[in-house]
Design a protein around this ligand. Structure first.
Ligand code: FE2
Length: 355
């Protein structure tokens, strides 16, 4: 079995267990490497990530645990770096690049302008007062107008898709579902294209060492949808007759073209940075060999949380990544000590790590 798990969260963000409990579980699972990857600070949405103060405590604690358990495991200090985070990356051994948000074009412009005005924010080493000011301005960006979460609730993406049609966020979600289903589907595909466009830019935007949950946007498509009144419901619980809308048609050619374009760009960007001298941090740490190829995780987190039966990415995406020689590794995306290495045996056949 793969002897490392690089994606786990603790009580510093939205995990249920302490960092030490996670390390002990990783040791029990017989891992050679464990990477703790707390959610990086995202100023526009502070609901699930590590706080600024908490991040420093997190770094200090992981460093202490590295020493404490050095005889049993190689512990790595990582972060799950959101595309729209703003943090100093210098303390970390490696980082996962993940897209948890989509931004409208206007929202992205506002974000860039705010960061530029505050000398680049924390990522570029701005002074504390500048960072605090930019955090406050970024937090004031408007949900569903400037940005939307990808994986909080299925309705979020619908609200964002129809944001220009004057549907109030607190209005009944049924309003989102009226009208022509073909047009509705097209609007959702616009969202999917924006999502994969953002994922495709992840290497150039974050310089990450691995790509987190490539098609997170499908979190709610496997048996979930909208019920009358707009609540997210389970198909199996409510029955197909009450089921109002599929979120995305993943067999649509627009959807397939969007993810292929993202994968192609990730490969191109990795090859270019390799030519420019970059070497994957996981390679330097002795975890795996990547060369000029991207590393994608096969993420089993949504399975252990009960949302899905299959990991991210989808099977056709995994095949496409493999056909291009990409590296595929298992990640549990654990939010509790009991789920470390979850699904690793079942999905071991999907792994692709060069010797
Ligand atoms: Fe994530």
């Amino acid at each position: 079995m793969q002897n490392f798990d690089l994606h786990m969260h603790t009580t510093y963000c939205d995990g249920k267990d302490s960092a030490e409990a996670m390390v002990l579980s990783a040791i029990e699972n017989g891992l050679a490497f464990a990477g703790i990857s707390g959610h990086s600070f995202t100023p526009h949405d502070q609901s699930y990530c590590m706080s600024r103060e908490g991040t420093q405590k997190y770094i200090d604690e992981i460093r202490g645990l590295k020493e404490k358990y050095a005889g049993s495991i190689t512990l790595l200090l990582g972060t799950e770096l959101d595309r729209y985070a703003d943090i100093d990356l210098s303390p970390y051994d490696y980082y996962i690049g993940s897209v948890h948000y989509i931004f409208s074009e206007e929202g992205r412009k506002k974000r860039d302008e705010i960061l530029a005005r505050h000398t680049g924010g924390a990522a570029l080493g701005a002074a504390d007062a500048e960072v605090n000011a930019s955090d406050a301005e970024l937090e004031a960006l408007i949900k569903y107008e400037d940005w939307s979460p990808v994986d909080d609730y299925a309705e979020d993406l619908c609200r964002f898709a129809f944001r220009e049609e004057g549907i109030a966020v607190n209005e009944t979600d049924a309003a989102l579902l009226e009208g022509d289903p073909v047009r509705r589907k097209s609007k959702m595909l616009d969202v999917a294209e924006l999502y994969f466009d953002t994922v495709g830019s992840i290497i150039s935007a974050t310089d990450c060492d691995m790509i987190g949950h490539f098609d997170l946007i499908t979190k709610f498509t496997e048996g979930w949808g909208f019920g009358p009144g707009g609540n997210v419901i389970s198909k199996t619980r409510c029955g197909a007759a009450e089921f109002v809308s599929e979120l995305f048609d993943t067999s649509d050619e627009r959807y397939i073209a969007a993810w292929k374009k993202a994968i192609d760009r990730i490969f191109d960007d990795c090859a270019e940075r390799y030519r420019n001298g970059y070497r994957n941090r996981l390679e330097k740490l002795g975890v795996l060999q990547a060369g000029d190829k991207p590393v994608f995780e096969i993420n089993t987190g949504a399975i252990s949380k009960g949302y899905r039966t299959l990991p991210y990415p989808a099977a056709d995406q995994i095949e496409y990544i493999k056909s291009k020689g990409g590296v595929l590794i298992l990640s549990s995306d654990s939010h509790a000590a009991g789920t470390i290495c979850s699904g690793f045996e079942e999905f071991a056949n999907l792994v692709n790590i060069p010797d």
